[in-house]
Design a protein around this ligand. Structure first.
Ligand SMILES: [Ca+2]
Ligand SMILES: [Ca+2]
Ligand SMILES: [Ca+2]
Ligand SMILES: [Ca+2]
Length: 265
């Protein structure tokens, strides 16, 4: 009799260990990124280095195991991976797919370089003006599939709302500091957002580095160059913003939904 009891004990221990292992195997930390970089716009003026920004993010995230969707402009050869033009509808659909696939312990990244603007939704008189901010997608001013090519701040807020994952957002667009309405979402504690400027400033293309300025200083100069590729976003922000060459409205911004936890890619 004693032997049998002992056998059952060993058996249940084996089952317990197997169960713990299967749970871990069933829920890995998956990583997904949507990378957007538009230099050659369909209808509005072009930029120079947004495809390089997208390329640099791809080259950094790919070895970290990210499953990447890369949306660009009409020159596929300028990208290491090309999943189509970054029209507003393509961006929304690609992000919705990522959010639908990612779970609570996964990391999702929304990284975008391109034009940004502000739009007056108030009256014309100066004192009656009310500005909202927008990210200009490839089809700005020539929208496709019923979209206008502009991702308004409230549209980005709605796009981010369904995410249950740890969510990193990097915006190298003018006025991008005004895209922060998404920090009012219920999931904001899982979100880390950084932008190249305030809600009333510019992001800069820098010919010397062939990048958008914030992409260069955040990713290339600081995260890779200074920290060797491994650092929290908070530490990266602190160092990168301390050496950043623009100030005033053009000062990089950080919106950290959880100041008690560091965000790692
Ligand atoms: Ca998971
Ligand atoms: Ca829109
Ligand atoms: Ca805003
Ligand atoms: Ca944090």
């Amino acid at each position: 009799m004693k032997k049998k009891v002992l056998l059952v004990g060993i058996l249940s221990l084996v089952i317990l260990v197997t169960t713990v292992t299967s749970i871990q195997a069933l829920d890995p930390v998956d990583k997904y990124a949507l990378i957007i970089g538009v230099s050659d716009y369909k209808a509005i003026s072009d930029l120079s280095f947004c495809d390089e920004d997208a390329t640099d993010w791809y080259n950094y995230l790919s070895p970290l195991g990210y499953q990447i969707t890369l949306l660009g402009d009409s020159q596929p050869d300028n990208y290491p991976l090309y999943d189509g033009v970054a029209s507003e509808i393509n961006v929304k659909n690609a992000w919705a797919t990522i959010v639908a696939n990612a779970d609570e312990n996964d990391i999702v990244a929304f990284i975008s370089s391109g034009h940004g603007s502000q739009v007056n939704i108030g009256l014309r008189r100066r004192r009656d003006r009310v500005y909202v901010q927008v990210l200009c997608m490839w089809d700005t001013s020539a929208g496709e599939d019923g979209e206008d090519g502009l991702i308004y701040d409230y549209e980005l807020e709605a796009m981010m709302a369904p995410s249950v994952s740890n969510t990193f957002i990097f915006l190298d667009h003018c006025y991008a500091g005004g895209m922060n309405e998404l920090m009012q979402n219920a999931n904001a504690a899982k979100v880390y957002l950084t932008t190249t400027c305030t809600d009333d400033g510019y992001g800069w293309d820098m010919t010397a580095y062939e990048n958008g300025a914030w992409t260069y200083f955040f990713l290339e100069y600081t995260l890779i160059g200074h920290f060797g590729g491994t650092a929290s976003m908070e530490a990266t922000f602190d160092y990168a913003s301390s050496v950043y060459p623009f100030d005033g409205g053009d000062t990089p911004q950080e919106f950290d939904g959880n100041s008690g936890t560091d965000f790692y890619l």
